[in-house]
Write a protein of this length. Sequence first.
Length: 383
Amino acid sequence: MTTTQRHAEVAGAGFAGLTVAIALARRGWSVRVHEQSDEVRDFGAGILIWRNAMMSLDAIGLADQIRAHATEPTYYATSLNGAEPTTELGGYPYWAITRPRLHAIMAHAARDAGVKIVTSSRAVGADPDGVLRLEDGSSYRADLVVGADGAGSLVRNSLPTFVQERKKYKDGVVRVLVPRSPEFAGAEWDSVIDYWTLEPDAMRILYVPCGPETVYMGMMAETTNERASRIPIDPVVWSERFPHLAPLIVSAEHAVGPRHDGYQTNRVAPWSTDRVVLVGDSAHAMCPALGQGASVGIVNAVALAHTLDEFDDLSEGLRTWESRERAMTDAAQARSAYMAETRTLAKGAGFTPEVMETANFVSVAISPEIEAQYPVPEVNRSW
């Protein structure tokens, strides 16, 4: 391991960007993060943090704070066409939290680790020898440039070495946070419940409790269903399909900051070239059918910092990191795409041992002591 301090310039202050910034800074790097918005905050709704990601967040010291602000669902239930929900994942370690809360925890931890976060600073490209270029014409040289600027990454798109295979799907999702009204205050509502209807077309509401006062809803529909894809939410079309959720749906019409995203997969190879590396959605955007996009990005970001710490030669470290993480990530993308195309989760019993391989993945950055804190029920093991 080199004793000379290395420096990283990171494009993007989302979950992957902040995770890699914290992980590198806590291993002695100097790190600057560039965020194009004028504030460091997340406007999203909610998020599920799976076991794979929570172990990685534990490795960089964030797990206790997240647990303090998150909900651990009792189980994951699936209901098709109003049928009695079937339950899975009882006792499995995963957490639900609002995206703004998780982002605030990460931003505070980054600054506490010595990371410099610069706002109103938009990255537009990179040079392979380690230069990050900004929209205002300035540029910054680093030992490592990290493109964490999302699915539409300008850092990635500026370098032809990164070959992309992009596919779009027929579904899209609107994500909203709504108040948890009294009708949903009981213990029976402390679980993730996946509601589906498939006729005359597919619509889905993923109900995720993020604490006693807040519910996250992922509202999926085919993009050809214009009313169901509309923002603000059309409460009539959604309530007709899911009448038992009508109180939440009505409040979703007035939710702050909703957004509609089409399902897509973007496989990129390789993930690095010379002194530029991609993490998160810029490297492996995936359909949200399994809710693993952010978790896989967090896992890979922590593993990147750990692996680079093992090598004096940066290129060797980057190659080794990708070889360790690539198979897991490709499989997660493929499974998420399959679930999106076939809507297999609507049938229930979707968390098979094969599907759980992603959530159960233990990266090289995870010590045996951390892994032991997240036991997996026998029924959910993938080994």
